[in-house]
Design a binder for this molecule. Structure first.
Ligand code: PA5
Length: 449
């Protein structure tokens, strides 16, 4: 179960910002928003009430086990959840050639169209031992589809039975991937209609590659379900979801338009990347529900402890007071080092001797939080007692629910992303897609070419 400590976000301890009492004055409003989200049963909550999607993935168990590599082709919500699960729940060197994976797959996520990046994965894998999981809810996303076409070209040329190396994870009925799958007998997984990309990690989108590399996907769901019960039932004054929502709302309203997530663990680091998308794409909205211009949102930033203490922390402490920080920390690491007691006559080194490396790391986290507090910069700390499926599942649900609750409090729709459409359409025009020529005329001045 995750642990929360928000004490360094209140005026009582940092000398600025809202007091605990002031935050509590609005606790019932935030609890009401949370309950409204839950009562509306958005897809990311509904899927926790059924085994359907877990079973859908598990039915491919023996097929998955025949591959050494699973390569995910997708972008945004169709990739970041896979990366977050892989990085947080598998050892750091899982994909290394000599790592003993006990027959489980390596997982690569190709979520960009940088040719050098694509080549770095495709040139290093044996196609005959690889399954490509093409994930796209719409089936029209240019990046995912371009990479699919490249892979498809390679498979078709290789003489392998292409369909045996392809899995399409997509809308249950619509879209070009569905059409191709039906035509060619390619296996599929479902992205439920009522779950948007960035809320889909606990659907087959994230579960398939996780399952293939040996992550306990039932425990992921279990952690999320326990989290839901916990946040639903905890009274407002102690509810970490309610308090977090109100602290971030207060931050936004008082000019703190940057939300930093700073894990003190390499394995937790890319959970912050997943969070960045969720927070940015869900809450960054021009209009409220009544169509009034409000320019809502907060810019999410990720930083890594202790590395960024030697980079970002100077700015966070002494730069503009426009940030609220969320630290992630890990209590128990799967391995640790006792720092050898050497050079005992040199005071600058001797204090380290005999201490665990993780103690140094976590002391640095606490030291950084206290220093920020001294400078009037609010921070929240979320602790993972250990890195396991239940805790990661709870974390995912916590942030999905928090984001949706923030959407309710800000009176915006957290589930759409109209702001990404125009750039896509202009790109279609640039790439010569039929019907999009007009976007070029409208937006490109001849002098810019
Ligand atoms: O959160 C979202 O909805 C987006 O980030 C999508 O996941 C992303 O644009 C990819 O879309 P699709 O799965 O349709 O290819």
């Amino acid at each position: 179960m995750l642990k929360f400590d928000f004490s360094l976000a209140f005026k009582e301890n940092i000398g600025t910002g809202p007091t605990y009492e002031e935050i509590l004055e609005r606790a019932d409003i935030a609890l009401g928003a949370l309950n409204k989200v839950i009562d509306n049963q958005p897809g990311f909550i509904r899927i926790l009430g059924t085994e359907e999607y877990i079973e859908e993935v598990q039915k491919y168990a023996s097929w998955f086990s025949s591959f050494e590599n699973i390569v995910v082709l997708g972008i945004g919500g169709s990739a970041l959840g896979n990366i977050a699960l892989h990085k947080s729940l598998k050892p750091i060197n899982w994909n290394s050639p000599n790592f003993d994976r006990e027959g489980k797959a390596r997982v690569f996520v190709v979520d960009n169209i940088d040719p050098e990046f694509v080549d770095a994965v495709l040139s290093k894998i044996d196609l005959s031992k690889t399954l490509f999981n093409i994930i796209s809810k719409s089936g029209t996303t240019a990046e995912a589809m371009a990479n699919y076409l490249i892979v498809r070209g390679m498979l078709d040329k290789s003489g392998l039975a292409s369909a045996e190396h392809l899995l399409f994870t997509t809308d249950p009925e619509k879209g070009v991937l569905r059409v191709i799958a039906e035509r060619e007998g390619i296996r599929t997984l479902t992205i439920p209609r009522d779950v948007g990309g960035r809320f889909s990690v606990l659907t087959p989108v994230g579960l398939a590659s996780a399952f293939a590399e040996g992550i306990d996907i039932k425990a992921l769901h279990r952690g999320a379900k326990k989290g839901l019960e916990r946040y639903k039932n905890q009274k407002a004054s102690e509810n970490p979801l309610v308090l977090n929502a109100l602290l971030h709302l207060d931050a936004m309203n008082s000019g703190k338009r940057i939300s930093v997530m700073m894990p003190y663990s390499n394995r937790l680091y890319l959970l912050a990347d997943w969070y960045r998308q969720l927070w940015a794409e869900s809450l960054g909205k021009k209009f409220d529900k009544d169509g009034k211009e409000i320019f809502a949102g907060q810019t999410p930033v990720k930083a890594l402890g202790a590395v960024d203490q030697h980079s970002q922390i100077q700015l966070y402490n002494e730069g503009p007071k426009d940030k609220i920080i969320t630290f992630l920390r890990l209590e128990t690491f799967s391995v640790d080092f006792e720092i050898p007691a050497l050079h005992n006559d040199i005071e600058a080194l001797s204090y380290l001797g005999g201490k665990a490396l993780s103690t140094l790391l976590n002391s640095e986290q606490y030291g950084t939080a206290l220093a920020l507090a001294k400078n009037g910069v609010p921070s929240l700390t979320i602790t993972f007692p250990e890195l396991n499926e239940e805790n990661v599942g709870e974390f995912i649900l916590y942030y999905e629910l928090l984001t949706a609750t923030m959407g309710e409090l800000l009176r915006i729709n957290p589930y759409d992303q109209p702001g990404v459409e125009l750039g896509k359409k202009i790109t279609y025009g640039l790439m010569g897609r039929k019907g999009y020529e007009g976007f070029l005329k409208d937006y490109i001045n001849d002098n810019w070419r």
